[in-house]
Design a protein around this ligand. Structure first.
Ligand SMILES: [Fe+2]
Length: 186
């Protein structure tokens, strides 16, 4: 993974990523939805990944631009066919948009009261396929953004994700709904 300074839009990201979540998240969604329609961004950063990813067996983060003091993190995810994340949440808000191919997202809610350590009972709220013209999906921190993202289709997919400031030291949590399990992700 390569981490660099995102020169063209650093100032723009910095202006809204420090805002309260309710104000920052719509701006983040607009930003990533615009980025995946930006031809220069697509030709510079996305199209080269489509060839690179054909031999990959796992999803991965190909590029990452972090703001100062973790004020934001802009990441490009690559999804070879048949790959998906665990069910997980984030300790920050996030907005993402599909830049190539099709992304499949499942969204969950907590059905338990959170009182038992390592225990989480989940129910699926919805699932959706996202294409580049569909705009951005957004998640709130913690229980309000439990999801799984992947690519069950036959072509490589690429997505662009913008995360806001972390609300605690952890990156988020991983879930195993088959055994009602949750654990912190380092
Ligand atoms: Fe996520």
């Amino acid at each position: 993974m390569t981490t660099t300074t995102f020169a063209p839009s650093t100032d723009k990201l910095q202006t809204f990523c420090d805002l309260p979540t309710a104000q920052a998240l719509p701006r983040a969604a607009t930003f990533v939805a615009g980025l995946v329609r930006d031809r220069s961004f697509l030709s510079s950063y996305v199209l080269p990944l489509l060839d690179e990813a054909r031999g990959a067996g796992r999803w991965y983060v190909a590029r990452c631009w972090d703001g100062p003091d973790r004020s934001y993190s802009l990441q490009i995810f690559v999804w070879p066919p048949g790959t998906r994340t665990m069910v997980h949440d984030h300790s920050s808000w996030g907005a993402y948009a599909c830049a190539a191919g099709t992304i499949f997202e499942e969204r969950y809610e907590r059905l338990d009261d959170g009182s038992r350590f390592d225990h989480a009972r989940l129910g699926e709220n919805w699932h959706l396929s996202w294409n580049p013209e569909d705009g951005a999906s957004t998640v709130l921190p913690g229980n309000d953004g439990i999801h799984r993202v992947g690519n069950p289709y036959e072509d490589v997919a690429v997505s662009v994700h913008l995360y806001g400031p972390r609300t605690n030291a952890l990156d988020g949590r991983d879930y195993d709904p088959s055994r009602d399990y949750v654990c912190d992700r380092a």
